[in-house]
Design a protein around this ligand. Structure first.
Ligand SMILES: Cc1ncc(COP(=O)(O)O)c(C=O)c1O
Length: 400
């Protein structure tokens, strides 16, 4: 039994069986490289599913973590902490929101968004509006409320009933259907600007503009889930900035502290009035260590102009992938994405080629069985993307 097989056996005895894992273990990471227990090197095109946006295990972040770990890690939200305020100020400077609630994950950020929307409607607007309309195919998390908000069926929902009331799902892109679903019970419309788990699907500009108009007309809220698409991933700080809209609430997590668990819900001053002391809380949210790291991550993103880099590299990747599409008719249905949030939809079951790419040393994701999903670090070398594209091209040639 090699080291990998021994680890797989041991996990069976100790870890809940919730994940279909890749046949890969990871023991070390640096930049856009991963290594396994046997010393095999991989090019990481997934970065922990859009988490290590500034690259794995950077010396500047490691030094900062060590320093802060000796000063203050966390004391709870019963205390004022300058690290938390500094991080909030930096985050707010990237967007049109006015207030932040820090938490620990994407699901928790979305849970906070749903709670705030309902509470704002009840306590500030004095309306019994609680329903949240989300989009079919969306993914918003795994807590009871956020899995209910998720516009998908299957194992994510099976066996968990009764699910919370007050969620409904509209077909993405259909403004008439959405308009017909809004009622006096509607508190908010909640969207991913680019559906991630749903297969890298950016929403059309006119649809998002129409949604922004609709929420104004109906005096309801627009919540944007930027857990995967935020933090320079799509070529701007936030994907919604491509569309010229200011959501009432939006959420972030994943890359916020580049791998330390951190989430945030951001809201306008008006909507943030819906929360008052005691109405929402979390023990770890915005602790000094994660906040310090997050502030530095935001600085790195600014200093290294990572939004521009994501836009430029993403355009390059899509252009090159389209050439491969033309070269191998029928293999690729579409290449899509925004910045370095990239999807290549295959015209056939993708499991075999996905395994082959992994065997060749590339870590990425396969979603919906046929969409190769890439979320590389925004610091990735162009040469690594070229190397992936050449390997994909060769894999198609071998298939022909
Ligand atoms: C768009 C979106 N929302 C929410 C989540 C849930 O985030 P977390 O796994 O941190 O709870 C994810 C995770 O993949 C996501 O992609």
């Amino acid at each position: 039994m090699n080291k990998h097989e021994a680890l797989v056996e041991k996990q069976k005895d100790s870890i809940c069986n919730t994940y279909g894992r890749y046949p890969v273990n990871v023991t070390k990471a640096k930049g856009s490289r991963l290594w396994d227990l046997d010393g095999r090197e991989y090019i990481d095109l997934l970065s922990g599913i859009s988490v290590a946006n500034v690259g794995h295990c950077r010396d500047d972040l490691a030094d900062l973590m060590a320093e802060q770990a000796r000063k203050l890690v966390m004391v709870s939200n019963l205390f004022y902490q300058e690290e938390q305020v500094e991080c909030a100020e930096k985050l707010l400077a990237t967007c049109g929101a006015d207030k932040v609630f820090f938490c620990n994950s994407g699901a928790e950020a979305n849970e906070a968004a749903i709670k705030l929307a309902r509470r704002y409607m009840r306590t500030i607007k004095e309306r019994d509006a609680y329903e949240i309309i989300t989009l079919e195919g969306s993914f918003h998390g795994r807590t009871l409320a956020t899995l209910t908000a998720t516009g998908q069926t299957g194992p994510i929902k099976d066996g968990y009933s009764p699910l919370p009331e007050g969620f409904s799902y509209a077909p993405a892109g259909d403004i008439e259907a959405m308009t017909a679903m809004v009622s006096d019970k509607t508190a908010a419309i909640m969207i991913e600007i680019v559906q991630g788990e749903g297969g890298i699907k950016p929403l059309a500009h006119d649809y998002v503009e129409a949604l922004a108009k609709l929420v104004k007309e109906k005096d309801i809220l627009l919540i944007v889930d930027e857990v995967q698409s935020g933090l320079c991933r799509t070529g701007k700080w936030w994907a919604h900035q491509h569309y010229g809209i200011t959501p009432d609430i939006f959420t972030s997590a994943k890359a916020l502290a580049n791998g330390l668990p951190m989430g945030a819900m951001l809201a306008t001053d008006e909507v943030a009035k819906g929360f008052t002391p005691g109405s929402h809380a979390t023990t770890f949210g915005g602790g000094a260590l994660v906040s310090k790291v997050s502030s530095k991550v935001l600085d790195i993103m600014t200093d290294e102009k990572l939004a521009d880099r994501a836009a430029e590299l993403g355009d390059f990747f899509i252009k090159e992938a389209l050439k491969i599409k033309d070269k191998h008719p029928g293999k690729i249905v579409s290449v899509r994405g925004l910045g370095l949030m990239l999807g290549i939809e295959l015209g056939f079951d993708g499991n075999e080629i996905f395994a082959k790419l992994r065997d060749e040393g590339f870590i990425l994701n396969l979603t919906k069985g046929k969409i190769l999903r890439l979320l590389p670090a925004l610091t990735i070398d162009r040469a690594d993307l070229v190397s992936f594209l050449n390997t994909l091209d060769k894999a198609f040639t071998d298939m022909d």
